[in-house]
Design a protein around this ligand. Structure first.
Ligand code: ZN
Length: 201
């Protein structure tokens, strides 16, 4: 295989660190950018370079935000009596794309995983319990990923939350086993949320 010119190879190496991008995709992007108008390339680079200074976690839910509150928490039309708990901000984005959910979210920052050394203290569990303590929330939907770790995390949270009297639900079954929320199509995800049931049912 012919080697790429050094500037392209450097870009490909960076792109390969991104999720979902393999060598072929990385090369495709690199060649596309090499042939794109200089202004477009600079605008892309500027948008990326601005992220560390302009993006921070939403102080309420942990979603990615460009201000103190993310667009969901800042929206007065959202139903503040329901919180949908997800592992990562990208899971939240997947649910938002379905447009089937009008409540708030809570981003855990991952799932409990003894194998990877991730315990409850490494996640935003305390912040979630603090939000529930205000008494405004009537239902918590545990929409962690349908993986072994996601299920274990949901059970852990259900045990913590149920004694408080807040209704705890989980999306209906029908999610692919071992699948991750991001890869489930929107209609399936919307149906799973609408058909959610009580964790203790
Ligand atoms: Zn938020």
């Amino acid at each position: 295989m012919a080697e790429l010119p050094e500037p392209l190879e450097r870009l490909v190496a960076r792109l390969l660190r991104l999720p979902g991008i393999g060598r072929r995709g990385a090369q495709r992007i690199a060649f596309h950018l090499a042939g794109a108008p200089a202004d477009d390339v600079r605008a892309l680079a500027a948008a990326i370079a601005a992220l560390p200074e302009t993006i921070s976690p939403c102080t309420a839910c942990g979603n990615i935000a460009g201000a103190e509150l993310c667009p969901v928490c800042a929206d007065p039309r959202r139903d503040r009596s329901v919180i949908c708990v997800v592992e990562l901000a990208e899971n939240l984005a997947a649910i938002e794309r379905t447009a089937a959910y009008r409540g708030l979210y809570h981003v855990l920052g991952g799932a409990i995983s003894p194998l990877r050394g991730v315990g409850p203290d490494d996640l935003t569990v305390d912040a979630l319990l603090a939000r529930l303590a205000t008494g405004e929330v009537r239902e918590v939907i545990l929409a962690t990923n349908p993986t072994v770790e996601g299920e274990a995390t949901a059970h852990y949270l259900a045990r913590l939350i149920l004694p408080s009297g807040v209704r705890v639900t989980r999306p209906a079954t029908g999610l692919p086993v071992g699948g991750e929320l991001d890869f489930i199509d929107q209609a399936t995800l919307a149906r799973a949320l609408e058909g959610r049931r009580g964790f203790d049912d």
